[in-house]
Ligand binder design. Sequence first.
Ligand code: ARG
Length: 244
Amino acid sequence: LTVALAFSLLLAGCGGKTPQQAKVLKIGTDAAFAPFEFQDEKSKEYIGFDIDLIKAIGKQMGYEVKVQGMGFDGLIPALEAGQIDAAVSGMTITEERGKKVNFSKPYYTSGLSIVVKQDNAAIKEFKDLEGKRLAVQIGTTGANFAKKVKDAKVREFNTAPEAFLELKAGGVDAVINDLPVNEYYIAKTGSKDAKIVGKPLNSENYGIATAKKNTELAQKIDKALEDLKKSGEYDKIYEKWFGR
Ligand code: ARG
């Protein structure tokens, strides 16, 4: 009788709590990639296109979104270890990454571009990078692209802003990084120091990454993304960050 009573009390206890506890979606991101993910200067809150998008996706799915900052090259290992449920970090959908994680449908079309100092007249396009000193962010598609440049001396930095700082300091000749992030950097902070040269080097699609085994979550995210595109919510978020 005592056991039965204890058991029913336990059940009642759980039953009373479960409905209020919102399901949590743990998001990992490298928040040094404005305008996609960065920290508000004053509040230190995570903000940006990706942050608004994943919050909207979470809401659509009935989840509370919790964002955790980490190094970009730590995102896929964190997914594999189950420390986060999804990575939203301007992450390009690539075949190689696709072997380790699932990607949502593309949510943003991007690509790489070259940034040089404002007064650099020597580098105008990709072929001019030959033998030059390049800065990239570690673990990125930009880092892979730089490896294709003949005789270049490539230095990998933990974050994109550190690569830009090195360019400003004169330690490298060019940065290879995602075009929208380069544009934002130049518009906000660097127009005196830096400029984008040449055409975009390629076209890349960003996707939301989830653990390989968690196919159910990947499907839910795709469905929510589709809903947000239909409802106009996606467009609102796009306008907010990239508005004409
Ligand atoms: N799109 C590039 C890639 O997937 C760079 C992404 C870097 N993202 C970031 N939050 N730092 O490799």
